[in-house]
Structure formats: structure tokens, C-alpha cells
Design a protein around this ligand. Sequence first.
Ligand SMILES: NC(=O)c1ccc[n+]([C@@H]2O[C@H](COP(=O)([O-])OP(=O)(O)OC[C@H]3O[C@@H](n4cnc5c(N)ncnc54)[C@H](O)[C@@H]3O)[C@@H](O)[C@H]2O)c1
Length: 328
Amino acid sequence: MTTTLITGGLGFIGSSICDELLKKNYSTKCILVDNFGGYMNPIKEGFIDFRKQRFKSLKNIVIERCDTSNYKALSSIVSKYKPKYIYHTAALPLAKVSNLNNDEAKISSVDSTVNIIDAINLLKNSNKNYKFERFVYFSSSMIYGDFKKSIVTENSEKNPKDSYGIMKLAGEVVTEGLCKLHDIPYTIIRPSAVYGPKDMNRRVSQIFIENAFKKKTILIQGKNEKLDFTYIKDLASGSILAARHKRGVNEIFNITCGKGQSLFTYVSYLKSEFPNLKYIIKKKDKSKPSRGTLSIQKAKKLLGYKPKYSLRNGLKEYIKFLKENYQN
Ligand SMILES: NC(=O)c1ccc[n+]([C@@H]2O[C@H](COP(=O)([O-])OP(=O)(O)OC[C@H]3O[C@@H](n4cnc5c(N)ncnc54)[C@H](O)[C@@H]3O)[C@@H](O)[C@H]2O)c1
């Protein structure tokens, strides 16, 4: 049995990767490193706290409370468990919070990435028999800024428009530079608009669906604004595939649905499930980049990645989960 360490392991993406690793019998134990933080207060805002539902069973899971900005504590956890794989998802994940807290965003996205890579390097150097398999850094589609074309590939221009995108891109630079310097195999994942059960960060996909449940009017800012909505299970399985595939070594992948769809399309799918749903359309929020499709051709070709969920099917599963878990 191998050991996998997931920073931000109690979060939406981290816990879903853990779930997938354990359910699909990857024969691994998961060490979840998290500061028990969270940037939204779901209870205060009147929403359900899904954190307790993120783990059905604690078999083969160890939870370590640690802030990734604390090098000493982080390094001693890495040395203790000697993981073969590290998925680094811990970060300030919200653009609007990040843009108001540059320093915190830098500490969580950049300094923490330096810390975790240094911790791997220390373990590698003090343990000649130890073979580290892969460091996986979670970046974002926000590093592209305004898409110049409706589809971006991994090589498209990177021109982040806000502090969040800048810090995520800086984390990529740190990952590529330090991992090459220390001969640590890495993979960079660029997700986009991830949605699905147990998300709590109140991004647009969650706000829309929760408004549908609460019979509140949905505000669409920019009818034709497109996002590459990606179902959480596709991101989790795609990230594991990239981390474990030989051809994923030292590569960057867009791991998304591979299809930009408008906010209006998202709402019209919701309307077929909630016929009385009301919405209003306003102008686009100019502070947000104009996005579209993230090409997944590279991941398809090198890894055989194939997302399973169309937006319509992902939404059906998400709605089913909320129907079973929403008690408001
Ligand atoms: N969800 C998306 O749509 C999306 C899209 C693109 C990129 N990402 C990236 O994926 C990653 C995970 O996002 P998420 O949606 O799961 O967010 P999340 O908030 O659900 O999970 C993040 C977890 O990390 C923990 N954490 C944050 N800072 C920490 C620190 N300094 N030390 C230890 N733990 C810390 C939090 O407590 C939380 O449990 C982030 O890096 C985010 O930038 C997410």
C-alpha cells in the first residue's frame, strides 16, 4: 500500500480526490493536511455545512491539522508519512477573497508551494532509498485571464487579470522551477468552474443551484459569459490519472469538461428541473475575465482522459445530492 498526502484534504477538491482514491481501490492510505480553515461561513450565510459529509468512512484516512505556511510542521508530517504522491490543493481558492487579501493569497498559493516542495526535497535527500512519485499542483483557468480565442490550450498566452490568477500562476512557476531544480516529478492541473456535491465556496454554479432550491431569483451577470463547467468527479479522476500516468511527468494539463457553456445554458438546464425558476439578466461583471473552453486534447492524447459528465448529467447528480441533503 502506498501513501498519498493531500494538502487541503478537507476541502471540496481534496476530499473528492481522497474519495476517488479510496473507492477505486488505488491501494493507498490518504493523509489529509488541512488548517481547518475555510473562507466562507456556510452556517452564518444560512447554508448547510457539507464538511461533515465529505468523508463517509475514515478507513485509511489520517487527518493532520497543519497550515502549509508552517514549514517546520509541514516538513515533519511529510517526513513522518513519506508519501509517494502529493496533491497540493490547499490555497485561498476564491478570486474575490484573494483580490482583497494579496498577502494571504501569496502565503497560501506561493509560499506554501515552496514549503511543500522543500519538504519533499529534504525527505528525498535524507533518505536515499525513498522514491517520490509525483507532486501535483492545482492551478486555475484564471491564469489565462481574458481568453483571446474561444478555446485555450496549455500553451496559450497567460495573462491573469486579478490577484488570484497571478498567485496561482506564481505557484506554477515555483512548481516548475523548484521541481526541476530538485529533480522532483511534478504535474500541474488547471481546473475550471468545478461544481458538484459538497462544494461550499459559493461560486456561481453553487449560488445558482442553491437559489433554485430556495426559490430565489437567479442573477445572470452576462447572458453569454461562458465557463468550462467541470463536474467534480471528472476533475478528481482526471487528476489522479495525470498524477499516475508516466506521460504526465513534468507536464501541464487542462482537466475540465472541455466545453465552454454559457451561464444562460446552465440556468436553462436548471429550469428544466425547476420549472418555476426565475432569473434576471444583467451586464457582465467586468472585473472577471472572459473565458470559454479549455482544450483537453493534450490530456486526451497523452493520458487517455475522457470526462464522463456532460453539464446536464452532472447537474442531475448534483441536484439529487442536494435533494437528499438539503433540509432548509
Ligand atoms: N473549485 C474550483 O472551481 C477551482 C477551480 C480552479 C482551481 N481551483 C483550485 O483548487 C484548489 C482547491 O479548491 P477547492 O474548491 O477544493 O477549495 P476548498 O476551500 O473547498 O478547499 C481548500 C482547502 O484547503 C484548506 N486550506 C486553505 N489554506 C490552507 C493552508 N494555508 N494550510 C492548510 N490548509 C489550507 C482549507 O481549509 C480547505 O479545506 C485551490 O488551490 C483552488 O485554487 C479550484
